[in-house]
Design a protein around this ligand. Structure first.
Ligand SMILES: [Ca+2]
Ligand SMILES: [Ca+2]
Length: 70
C-alpha cells in the first residue's frame, strides 16, 4: 500500500471508524470494504489488522494506523 500524509491517514481512519470511538475493529473494516465495492476480502483485512495492531489488542488505534501508513 502507498504512503499517506498524516492528514490523509487521519481522514481515512475517521471514515473507517464508523462509531467514532477512536479504534478500528475488524467489523468496521469489513463494513468499510463492503461500502467501497467489497474489493477487499476478509483474509486481507485480518492480515492488515494483525500487521498494524502492534499492541495485539486486535483494534487499530489512530497511532497504530499512522505508524502503518504514514
Ligand atoms: Ca470504532
Ligand atoms: Ca492495537
Amino acid at each position: 500500500m502507498s504512503k499517506m500524509t498524516e492528514a490523509q491517514a487521519e481522514a481515512v481512519f475517521a471514515e473507517i471508524d464508523a462509531d467514532g470511538n477512536g479504534e478500528i475493529r475488524l467489523r468496521e473494516l469489513r463494513d468499510y470494504g463492503q461500502a467501497n465495492g467489497g474489493a477487499v476480502d476478509g483474509v486481507k483485512l485480518a492480515e492488515f489488522v494483525r500487521g498494524a495492531d502492534t499492541d495485539g489488542d486486535r483494534r487499530i488505534t489512530l497511532t497504530e494506523f499512522k505508524a502503518f501508513f504514514v
